[in-house]
Ligand binder design. Structure first.
Ligand code: AMP
Length: 423
């Protein structure tokens, strides 16, 4: 199937071909016709599947097709997203695909001044991309009027719930006209997500492009077992021996990300840390430098990494293993995007083996173990257990070994992954 088979307006096809795309991804093949036909949509899709264009293109098509019902400066489409990075990314997609149409868009998100956003909203906007908290600020200040919304999109709904936005989302939905089209995208399907969906969607078309919680097929996953104390040196060794040039590294904490970035810099590997304490300007700069190749490594926390949009990110390194297994799926979703090959390497200390087994249960796959000469894990676990970065944890029963050749499994207490998020 080609984009030209979908019946999209010529202005959209032109913008698509200017991006160099001719074949819609699986989610686009299913979502675009459903949304064009006016159906509600429930899509199970991770980042990297092409989901953004999957809703952006048919929405632009619909806005441009019917009579222009916009009688005032009220927005007609609302896209709610969890983070400012994703807000920017989605708005860039809307502008890119809509560049030959007389449709405009604005992104509003927290952490930056509100006045330029107020000015932009006052000028009039068709498609509003927003994080829930900042949008509610605008509602309270009466600088936005949501009574003209025809289409609502909840993008990365699971993330929004994880980040505690549910009440804000419900408040916002209550302000929208009852008669509207609703689209919901989520990588995972918890009972909370199902409940939100059942209250929101009417006879939705379901699109499920990848098996739920299954990591992309194009990503080679590997575990390197080592000791926690050796990880820094092991990482440098890998940089030296494997010729890495563009690597996204995940750390568990902001402090850890800063420390690791400094360590890499000292060793001559240009890097920056990306986390919630960095200003918007610093984040944008770091990302641009990384994309341009001025930085070899970006050390990010899970939440800060959301919305990083790089077409061909070849390597993701889990310097520390997330205690929330879904985060692993999100992390490795940063590579192997849109069919490109990618490699995700996890450096696993004794105290993280339990997390790794939880992850393998979630993705229903056993990940190949590797030991690097000179960085072998010690036979007996060091006494210091890892401190979870988020949420209260209770010890749980040790989980069953997932085919490990080694028997040294005497790390700290196993941890539940039922934590709440702090950000
Ligand atoms: P998303 O899942 O929306 O974050 O998109 C993942 C990446 O795939 C983005 O960098 C898009 O620019 C790219 N992309 C989207 N649609 C296509 C397509 N049909 N062909 C190739 N790349 C695409």
């Amino acid at each position: 199937m080609q984009f030209t088979d979908l019946g999209l307006k010529a202005e959209l096809l032109r913008a698509i071909s200017e991006q160099g795309y001719d074949t819609p991804t699986p989610i686009q093949q299913k979502a675009i016709p459903a949304v064009m036909a006016g159906h509600d949509l429930m899509a199970s899709a991770q980042t990297g599947t092409g989901k953004t264009a999957g809703f952006t293109l048919p929405i632009l098509h619909r806005l441009a097709s019917g009579p222009n019902t916009r009688t005032s400066k009220r927005p007609r489409v609302l896209v709610l997203v969890p983070t400012r990075e994703l807000a920017i990314q989605v708005e860039v997609s809307v502008s890119t695909y809509g560049k030959h149409l007389p449709i405009n868009s604005v992104a509003v998100f927290g952490g930056v001044g509100i006045n330029p956003q107020i000015a932009a909203l006052r000028r009039g906007v068709d498609i509003l991309v927003a994080t829930p908290g900042r949008l509610l600020d605008h509602v309270q200040q009466r600088t936005v009027d949501l009574s003209g919304i025809e289409i609502l999109v909840l993008d990365e709904a699971d993330r929004m719930l994880d980040m505690g936005f549910i009440r804000d989302i419900r408040k916002l939905i209550a302000l929208l006209p009852k008669q509207r089209q609703n689209l919901m995208f989520s990588a995972t399907f918890s009972p909370d997500i199902r409940e939100l969906a059942s209250g929101l969607l009417t006879n939705p078309v379901s699109v499920d492009v990848a098996a739920r919680n299954t990591a992309a097929e194009t990503v080679t996953q590997r575990v390197i077992e080592t000791n926690r104390e050796q990880k820094k040196d092991l990482l440098l060794h890998l940089f030296e021996t494997r010729g890495w040039n563009q690597v996204l590294i995940f750390a568990r904490t902001k402090h850890g990300a800063d420390a690791l970035s400094k360590h890499l810099d000292k060793a001559g590997i240009k890097s920056a840390a990306l986390h919630g304490n960095k200003s918007q300007g610093a984040r944008t700069r770091a990302l641009a430098d990384f994309k341009d190749g001025k930085l070899v490594a970006l050390v990010a926390t899970d939440i800060a990494a959301r919305g990083i949009d790089i077409d061909s990110l070849p390597y993701v390194i889990n310097y520390e293993i997330p205690n929330i297994s879904e985060d692993y799926v999100h992390r490795i979703g940063r590579t192997g995007r849109a069919g490109m090959e990618g490699e995700a390497i996890s450096l696993v200390g004794h105290d993280e083996r339990g997390f790794m087994r939880d992850i393998e249960r979630l993705i229903k796959r056993q990940i190949e173990r590797e030991v690097v000469e000179g960085f072998e894990p010690s036979a007996i676990a060091p006494p210091r257990p890892v401190q979870p970065q988020r949420g209260a944890r209770k010890p749980s029963a040790p989980s069953k070994s997932a085919g490990q050749k080694t028997t040294q499994n005497r790390g700290g207490p196993q941890q539940h992954r039922s934590g709440t998020r702090h950000h």
